[in-house]
Design a protein around this ligand. Structure first.
Ligand code: RIB
Ligand code: CA
Length: 329
């Protein structure tokens, strides 16, 4: 059997992070060394509790390390938080949103995070490694960038950094930006220009890798704790997307489980399509373009090309991978 791919996940669990974690834990191709949590969809206390809930459901012993509670500098300027797409709506008194405060689909966590903080553990683990660890980052890049700034020796030790984030012709949080990037634009620019090999899985890819009500119902039909949790998470997201953010390429009653596509891209790169090597920078100017991933389309770029970016995805392959790992077991 092929050697397992060593991975560290960095998450802001969240509904699609939960699906991504379950996919990674159920993939024999991966060895998950640890999971770092970060402020993002919810405060880091919540994203840590939510991550532990997922691991408890999976009966997993993978260690969890709590990370940064706020972006590197973005939150210091309140004006930068003002313009955000609506992410919650009430229907008959019921709150409809992509990510509830806690993952209601899972029982309260019994396990606890490790004592060591995520940034320290990342630095320690990467420095001790043989440079064979892939990082899958599916939340704001605060932990990763802080670790890079604190000890740049880790940069050549990162085999590959697969990031769910950004958008070329697709956005979600503002007219110019995607959530993970605009939550900490400075961190994202540090990562994109670090010299590390970065594979960006942006909304242009994830919005084409949607999952629908039919597939959610099929997960539910298996009746296992994991497949039922996946169906619950998908149903939560489908309702929220229909009411809050219909997607250009996707039919009604669907949702893009963004983060799970980044995990699947590590397992089988063929799940991504139209992958280009470009110059990508992140705007951190604080105005309309704040958090925008600026993908330079020119053949001759001013600065060296630095990011592999996927602009499409193979939805059928992606959905098949999810059923293989999270379906009937
Ligand atoms: O824009 C989608 C990303 O933002 C996903 O990672 C989702 O979990 C949220 O963090
Ligand atoms: Ca996420």
């Amino acid at each position: 059997m092929k050697e397992k791919i060593k991975v560290i996940m960095d998450v802001d669990t969240g509904s699609d992070d939960a699906i991504a974690i379950m996919t990674a834990l159920r993939s024999p191709e991966l060895e998950v060394l640890g999971i770092c949590t970060v402020n993002g969809n919810k405060p880091v206390e919540n994203t840590t509790e939510n991550t532990l809930r997922v691991l408890d459901l999976m009966d997993s012993q993978v260690p969890v390390y709590k990370g940064c509670a706020s972006p590197m500098v973005a939150a210091l300027n309140p004006a930068r938080q003002m313009r955000r797409a609506k992410d919650v709506v009430k229907v008959d008194g019921r709150v409809v949103t992509y990510h509830h405060e806690y993952l209601e689909e899972f029982p309260k966590a019994k396990s606890k995070p490790q004592e060591e903080c995520a940034v320290c553990w990342l630095i320690d683990t990467l420095l001790k490694s043989k440079g064979d660890i892939t990082i899958i980052a599916v939340g704001p890049l605060t932990n990763i960038a802080t670790a890079m700034r604190a000890d740049p020796r880790i940069i050549p030790k990162i085999k590959k950094l697969v990031v769910m984030g950004g958008g070329h012709l697709q956005t979600n949080t503002t007219s110019a930006s995607e959530f993970n990037i605009v939550m900490d634009p400075e961190a994202a620019q540090i990562v994109m220009t670090s010299g590390c090999e970065v594979l960006l899985v942006p909304l242009d890819a994830t919005h084409r890798a949607w999952v629908g009500q039919e597939e959610s119902n099929r997960f539910r039909s298996f009746g296992t704790p994991v497949s039922t949790a996946v169906a619950d998470l998908l149903d939560t997201r489908i309702e929220a997307y229909d009411l809050l953010q219909p997607i250009t390429f996707a039919p009604k009653n669907t949702t893009p489980p963004h983060d799970a596509l980044a995990v699947c891209a590590v397992i089988d790169p063929e799940v991504l399509k139209d992958v280009r090597f470009c110059r990508v920078d992140v705007d951190f100017g604080g105005s309309y373009g704040d958090g925008m991933t600026i993908v330079d389309p020119r053949v001759r770029t001013d600065d060296p090309k630095n990011v592999y970016i996927a602009l499409d995805a193979d939805r059928e392959k992606f959905v098949g991978m999810l059923f293989d790992r999270l379906g009937e077991k």
